[in-house]
Design a protein around this ligand. Structure first.
Ligand code: FPP
Length: 246
């Protein structure tokens, strides 16, 4: 019997995949899958908060998703704004703190205004921290952090010899937040797709075949159960971990 060693994950990240296939299976246009996916977002946020998870980071739109047809991008951007405006009061009531990561300069002004309003409104909440990645890419994030360090070095504010992992991490979008303990990807694909490349270094990963609009509380529980059964060694041997317990 494997020892149950990991507690509840503090930070869960989710790649919500499978909306398009969910719609096509039903003879519906792809955007109908994104609309259906909102229900799974709501259920997952409520469930994570109920379980006492501290942070939930959702991948809603990647840097690569800009390559999609303009019509689908338009539907997604309107949907983000619509969901934000509709849900923010309920999120606030439940003490959820909402934040966005990604290249927000690429978003339209109305969506950016809605994001800033939602972030401002929920900034002091002490419940679940909900981070939504929109126009986000892991390589963009790391490049951005490297650029900040290079600019400081150029301006004489930083000695390149002193740069360590923490200095780079401090320039990332999730600066000051813990790394995800658990990554869940729905929709059957088994890859990370440029999500949080730096921060996922030690995440446990669950690939679920369930399409995102069908993802339910029990699927989230199954992923958390898998996580709690893992022994997280962070490079140590099992014997070292046993000895540290004594
Ligand atoms: C991936 O499925 C999903 C997306 C690109 C969009 C996710 C967006 C939502 C669930 C809408 C609401 C979200 C928030 C946080 C307000 P896909 O289109 O790649 O599916 P496929 O692999 O079947 O084509």
């Amino acid at each position: 019997m494997p020892q149950k060693v990991a507690g509840l994950p503090e930070h869960v990240a989710v790649i919500m995949d499978g909306n398009g296939r969910w719609a096509r299976k039903r003879g519906m246009p792809r955007p109908a899958g994104h609309r259906a996916g909102v229900k799974s977002v709501r259920a997952t946020v409520q469930h994570a908060a109920r379980l006492g998870i501290r942070q939930l980071t959702l991948f809603a739109f990647s840097s690569e998703n800009w390559k999609r047809p303009a019509e689908e991008i338009g539907v997604l951007m309107s949907l983000f704004r619509e969901v934000l405006q509709r849900e923010v009061a309920e999120l606030h009531k439940n003490r959820v703190r909402l934040q966005f990561i990604g290249e927000r300069e690429r978003l339209g002004p109305r969506l950016r205004t809605a994001i800033e309003a939602a972030e401002g409104h929920t900034a002091d909440n002490d419940g679940l921290q909900l981070v939504v990645a929109v126009a986000y890419g892991g390589r963009w994030d790391i490049t951005n952090a490297a650029r900040k360090l290079a600019q400081k070095a150029r301006d004489g504010e930083l000695d390149p010899e002193t740069i360590d992992e923490q200095s780079l991490a401090d320039g990332l979008q999730l600066a000051g937040m813990s790394d995800p303990d658990l990554l869940i990807r729905t929709g059957g694909e088994r890859r990370v797709s440029n999500f949080l490349l730096w921060n996922l270094a030690y995440a446990e990963i669950v690939f679920s075949d369930v399409l995102w609009p069908d993802f339910r509380e029990s699927d989230f529980d199954a992923a958390v159960d898998y996580f709690t059964g893992r022994q997280r060694r962070f490079g140590h041997t099992p014997e070292q971990l046993e000895a540290a317990k004594c």
